[in-house]
Design a protein around this ligand. Structure first.
Ligand code: SOE
Length: 394
């Protein structure tokens, strides 16, 4: 069988997903063939250029027309969050498998409707997955596996951060990510979603309550003359920034441990610094995206004279995903997670299983995001995260 893919959107995530769709079949023995059939965008000339450059057979400007086609099997949504729900629900109801970029939606209500549509579609053998690709960095999957094996004992504390600095310049234009109607929230949903999902993924626990504070440091920015995404030239006049620049919050995990989170676009000098450290009774594990081929491991059970954070180079063929790439010591990069995402999605479709993270897991992140917003609006009072369907359930 051939999975014919339509990608809706063609910004930064469109380029990263295109690399994944192209690289995965070249480097892994996938159980199904993949065809990069069509990429969809509003600007006909621009999306035709993207199709040409990234290797999509066709380009189109009407996503509704594309998801109605019988020769499309899977819809990959890489648009801003304000269109995730409409496109994903329509695609699922048309019987198409769906991969949807994070965060799942711009609101809990949208995420609930998407999760319900996915549950209905699952009864017809149609799958849906959320694009939290950092789970598929080999070192992060290894981190999850080691915790599940009890390597660091009982989890006692988690520290997670995602620090960027692309907004420190007040003249950075008012991109779509700074407008609530398009992005849903700012650093909280864009990068805070990643560390929330990663914390739930590596610990196997849910964030059940949060207390937090949101802050907008630069409240007005030059209107953007053209384009969208992370950058674009400044136009005439100024507009209101309607989302957070910084989100700092604490979560209580279902196993009882506290987790601290920082998501910011004002960490001057930090370009894309995601980190997570999990402390346990028998040791600790730490991952830094800026050193993404490594996992730091502290073993409290080792002889005292040998104790210290050791660097595991996660490039052995026995490490997750690595055997399809290069020999030990030849490193992977940011883009490889997008190929691993394709591998797991295509394999799940071929095997008739649910790929993770499911829309239900995406909904649990959305509910935690909303709880942080509610806490920040109520003097940072603790807010319980609405009970999600069990994270591993569909
Ligand atoms: C911008 O913050 C961004 O592109 C995020 O939207 C992505 O999810 C992250 O992987 C890199 O930074």
């Amino acid at each position: 069988m051939t999975l014919r893919v339509a990608m809706i959107g063609y910004g930064f995530m469109g380029s990263a997903h295109s690399v994944g769709w192209r690289q995965a079949p070249a480097m892994f023995s996938l159980p199904e063939k993949v065809e990069m059939a069509v990429v969809v965008g509003r600007n006909a000339d621009a999306v035709a250029r993207a199709a040409e450059q990234w290797g999509w057979a066709e380009s189109a400007t009407d996503w509704r027309e594309v998801i109605a086609r019988d020769d499309i099997d899977l819809v990959d949504i890489v648009t801003p969050g304000d269109s995730h729900a409409e496109i994903a629900i329509a695609a699922l109801e048309a019987g198409k498998h769906v991969l949807c970029e994070k965060p799942l939606a711009n609101s809990v209500a949208e995420a609930e409707a998407m999760a319900e549509a996915a549950a209905r579609a699952a009864e017809r053998g149609v799958v849906a997955m959320v694009g939290f690709t950092y789970r598929r960095v080999p070192a992060v999957t290894l981190l999850r596996d080691l915790i599940a094996q009890g390597t660091i004992g009982e989890v006692q504390q988690v520290r997670a951060a995602y620090r960027q600095d692309w907004l420190v310049d007040p003249q950075m234009p008012l991109a779509w990510r700074l407008q609530k109607e398009h992005a849903g929230s700012g650093a909280l949903g864009d990068i805070g979603a990643h560390i929330l999902d990663m914390t739930q993924f590596v610990t196997g626990q849910t964030v059940d309550a949060v207390t937090g504070v949101l802050d907008t440091i630069v409240k007005q920015r030059p209107l953007q003359a053209t384009g969208s995404g992370l950058s674009g030239s400044a136009g005439e006049g100024y507009g209101e920034v309607t989302v957070d620049d910084v989100a700092i919050f604490t979560g209580r995990l279902s196993g009882g441990a506290l987790a601290s989170f920082e998501a910011t676009r004002f960490a001057t000098g930090r370009k894309n610094a995601l980190s997570i450290e999990v402390s346990g009774t028998a040791g600790a594990l730490r991952f830094d995206l800026e050193d993404l081929n490594a996992l730091q491991f502290y073993d409290r059970t080792a002889p005292e004279e040998l104790q210290g954070f050791a660097k595991i180079l996660v490039t052995e063929p026995t490490h997750p995903y690595v055997s399809a790439w290069w020999p030990a010591g030849h490193l992977l990069g940011y883009e490889h997670g997008f190929s691993h995402q394709v591998v797991d999605l295509v394999t799940a479709i071929a095997e008739g299983t649910h790929p993770h993270p499911t829309f239900a897991e995406g909904l649990s992140v959305q509910r935690a995001l909303a709880a942080v917003e509610e806490s920040s609006a109520n003097d940072s009072a603790w807010v319980r995260v609405a009970v999600s369907d069990p994270v591993s359930a569909y």
